[in-house]
Every structure is written in structure tokens, then in C-alpha cells.
Ligand binder design. Structure first.
Ligand code: 13P
Ligand code: SF4
Length: 307
């Protein structure tokens, strides 16, 4: 609409005038992906965070990702369009839960998915993302791992590494967007698009993963169609990827596994609040110094294992 076009122009002007770099996750609405200097998956965004020179960043995604940016760039000003964009899966784990599991399994390293709060990261030995969880866990010198908060990613890692994965918090740790995909959804999608390959995120259940041709993070999903000659793909992740994939692979077709694959919190970022955030330079991410110092350790341990 005309109003949206006007907002987009105003955002571009303000971004230039105030000198912000905009980083966006692959799940934000297409207009915001287009306004971002860089879009990526959680690992790509965390890595980039260590390389950005600009000290003013507007982050579009959910709060645990913005916190990771802050942990890696404590002296930079990091703002978000809304403080209300949170991840229910990240919030399912608390420092108290981690401490109680640590008491029970004192020798098991704690590996936390980056989808976790900064307070929880401060108690972890390593972080991982969906792109490197298998690699990180396989490189850790222990056969038993406390892993959370995603029980589905945990079961995927257990399957691939053969290690004993103890899920923390347990049954309540999952992403509602991906956990919602069912075997029935896969069956229906395959019936509708018999020539398509199915790609899902590892946050999906084992029953669903077992029926699919490729499992990967959103960043890995961006690479798979290039390596595979198939022309049609069914995508089992948040709907934001259905914008990014066809833009990159113009001669291939992409269908959502389910129309309802929407992360409400990612969608809280919109043109209006992005404009306001740049105008007022508000909603700054701040974390206690002690949390930043402690949470940085498992993130750096992840980077070290990947070298
Ligand atoms: P990616 O690391 O694949 O981008 O995943 C982030 C996320 O929140 C998935 O739900
Ligand atoms: Fe959290 Fe799921 Fe949204 Fe990712 S898609 S931010 S895991 S709720």
C-alpha cells in the first residue's frame, strides 16, 4: 500500500541519517528482510555479530537473538522494534531448572541451544544452534550431555551422535511452530506435490523428520536447493522462509508444509515499530555486566569447537 511504501522510504532515510546497520532473522516479514543489510540464521547472525564495525545496530528477530548480539558486542548500542518479541521455547528453561539438573548430573556438560535466555546461557558450558548442534555435541568429550531447551533438537542430536542426551527442561521444551507439524501434514503435502522434496527444521518432531528428505537450519535450507536438482520443495519451517527461498532460487518452487507455520513473536516486528525505533532510538538491549561476561563463555566455546 501507499502507506507501507512511505514508511519504507522513511525507514531507509532514518537508517542512513542515524547510521544504523540492520540485521534481520530469516523469519521476519518480507518487507523487513528487504530493509535489512544482512539476513541469516541464528548462527550466521551470531558470527556476524563479532565482525560488525558499526556501533549502532537495529536487530529484527526475537529477544534471545538480540541478547546474543549484545553479549558479543557489549559496548554497542543495540535496539529492537519491540521489547515484546520473545521466544516461548527459550522461556521454558530457567536458571533454577538448569541448577537442579546440574546437581543430579554433576559430570554432564550443559549445552544450550542459542534459543535460551542470557541468564540460562550464563550457566552453560557450550551453546549451539540448529546449524551446528550435531557437530558441537559430537566434539565434546563426554557421552552424557544436558541439552536444552528444545527436546526435538535434542532427540535429533542424540540420533546423530549416539550420545545420551538428557533434555532440560524436558517435555515442555519445544517450539510451538515446528512441533505443530504432523505426520498427517507431511502425508497431505506429499499427495498435493508428489514431485517435491520435503525440507524441515530439526525443531520438528522425530516422526516428521523421519519422513523428510532434508533436515537443516534456516541457513542450511538456503543452500540445499542449490545442491539438489529437484525443482519443487515443501518447506517445514516458519513462513518467513517462503519469502526468502523463491527470491534466491527464481526457477524453483517452494510450498509451505502448513500455512500456519507462523512465529507470532517474529511477526511483532513491523514497519511501524521499526520506523519508531529508528526515530526514537529506543528499546535498547541492556544486560547486567556479570551475565554478559558469563554468557559469553559458552558462546565462545561454541566458536572454538567450530574452528
Ligand atoms: P535458525 O537457527 O535455523 O535460524 O533457527 C532459529 C529459530 O528460532 C528456529 O525456530
Ligand atoms: Fe522461538 Fe519457534 Fe519462534 Fe524460533 S520459531 S523464535 S523457536 S517460537
Amino acid at each position: 500500500t501507499a502507506i507501507e511504501r512511505e514508511l519504507i522510504e522513511k525507514i531507509k532515510e532514518l537508517k542512513e541519517k542515524k547510521g544504523y546497520t540492520i540485521l534481520g532473522h530469516n523469519y521476519v516479514i518480507s518487507e523487513l528482510q528487504d530493509l535489512s543489510d544482512i539476513t541469516g540464521d541464528s548462527l550466521q547472525l551470531a558470527r556476524l555479530a563479532t565482525e560488525i564495525e558499526n556501533d549502532k545496530i537495529l536487530f529484527l528477530g526475537v529477544d534471545f537473538m538480540a541478547e546474543t548480539l549484545k553479549i558479543l558486542n557489549p559496548s554497542k548500542k543495540i535496539i529492537v522494534p519491540t521489547k515484546g518479541s520473545t521466544c516461548p521455547m527459550a522461556n521454558s528453561l530457567t536458571p533454577e531448572i538448569i541448577k537442579s539438573f546440574k546437581e543430579k548430573y554433576p559430570n554432564a556438560p550443559v549445552v544450550l541451544y542459542v534459543n535460551s535466555t542470557a541468564e540460562c546461557k550464563a550457566l552453560a558450558d557450550y551453546t549451539c544452534t540448529s546449524a551446528n548442534a550435531v557437530e558441537i555435541v559430537s566434539k565434546i568429550d563426554s557421552d552424557t550431555i544436558l541439552f536444552g531447551p528444545d527436546k526435538n533438537l535434542g532427540s535429533y542430536v542424540a540420533e546423530k551422535t549416539g550420545k545420551k542426551i538428557i533434555p532440560i527442561p524436558g517435555e515442555t521444551g519445544y517450539c510451538y511452530v515446528h512441533n505443530r507439524f504432523s505426520v498427517e501434514d507431511v502425508r497431505k503435502a506429499k499427495e498435493k506435490y508428489p514431485n517435491a522434496k520435503i525440507i524441515v527444521h530439526p525443531e520438528s518432531s522425530k516422526e516428521v523428520r523421519d519422513l523428510c528428505e532434508y533436515i537443516g537450519s534456516t541457513g542450511q535450507m538456503m543452500k540445499f536447493p542449490k545442491e539438489d536438482e529437484t525443482e519443487e520443495f515443501i518447506i517445514g519451517t516458519e513462513i518467513g522462509m517462503i519469502h526468502k527461498l523463491p527470491k534466491t532460487f527464481k526457477d524453483k518452487k517452494f510450498y509451505p508444509l502448513k500455512e500456519l507455520g507462523i512465529c507470532n513473536n517474529m511477526k511483532k516486528n513491523n514497519l511501524k515499530n521499526v520506523y519508531e525505533a529508528l526515530l526514537n532510538e529506543e528499546n535498547e538491549i541492556n544486560l547486567p555486566e556479570e551475565i554478559i561476561e558469563k554468557a559469553k563463555i559458552p558462546i565462545m566455546n561454541m566458536f572454538k569447537l567450530m574452528e
